[in-house]
Ligand binder design. Structure first.
Ligand SMILES: CSCCC(=O)C(=O)COP(=O)(O)O
Ligand SMILES: [Zn+2]
Length: 211
């Protein structure tokens, strides 16, 4: 099996799992998987498609400038430049971007802080941090319709082969050394967001939280 077909199947599997979580509302979300390092090429979801569907036109091969390697009628994700920034600056192998209600709420509730910090949650071990009362934080950046501007702001927070950035009232972009790690981190962040949203609702409902 060619490396390209192997990577296509791997990315299709991740996409199907995230679709099963119903994380691709209204064609939102984009995923990519690195294929070669030198030159850099990666598969990215085609723009504007329903990512819950599985077709032979789900992905296209992209170069280091974010352009399709071959002639195609398909458009690469509108947010391809964010994926390019990650692959150019790190050894990451996979970038996942989803819009969920929880990540949008958290990005807006904590926007003034420019970050969200979590500690004391067992799920934090999914990030490979096993210290007692470990703390994780995720930056929040403004959303911009102009993708080069958004990519520029996003790139300021790329530090290492794994990471994540919340884009206010838009979604989360997570990256990892491979698809397994990127998906694990994405699921851990979405768990923490969902936990915090429910906690805030309980507090607002004046339901006493057992401390
Ligand atoms: C309706 S979602 C607006 C675009 C977006 O934020 C997104 O994640 C999906 O865009 P793509 O071009 O990758 O389909
Ligand atoms: Zn998006």
């Amino acid at each position: 099996m060619s490396i390209m077909l192997k990577k296509w199947n791997e990315l299709a599997e991740v996409k199907a799992e995230l679709a099963a979580r119903d994380w691709f509302f209204a064609t939102s979300g984009n995923l990519s998987l690195k294929v070669t390092d030198a030159p850099l090429t990666f598969l990215v979801t085609a723009s504007g498609k329903d990512k819950r569907k599985q077709t032979s036109e789900d992905f296209l091969l992209i170069d280091a400038d974010g352009k399709p390697v071959e002639d195609t009628h398909l458009k690469p994700s509108a947010e391809t430049l964010l994926h390019v920034e990650v692959y150019r600056r790190t050894n990451a192998g996979c970038v996942l971007h989803v819009h969920t209600v929880d990540n949008n709420i958290i990005s807006d509730v904590y926007a003034q802080n420019r970050e969200v910090v979590f500690s004391g949650q067992e799920i934090i071990k999914a990030f490979g941090i096993w210290e007692e009362n470990a703390e994780v934080r995720i930056p929040i950046i403004d959303n911009y319709a102009d993708i080069p501007t958004l990519a520029n702001e996003f790139a300021k927070h790329i530090d290492g082969d794994t990471g994540a950035v919340l884009i206010q009232n838009h979604g989360i972009t997570v990256w990892g050394r491979d698809a397994f790690e990127a998906k694990k981190h994405l699921e851990a962040w979405e768990f923490l967001f969902s936990w915090q949203v429910k906690r805030l609702l309980l507090q607002r409902a004046a339901v006493p939280l057992v401390d």
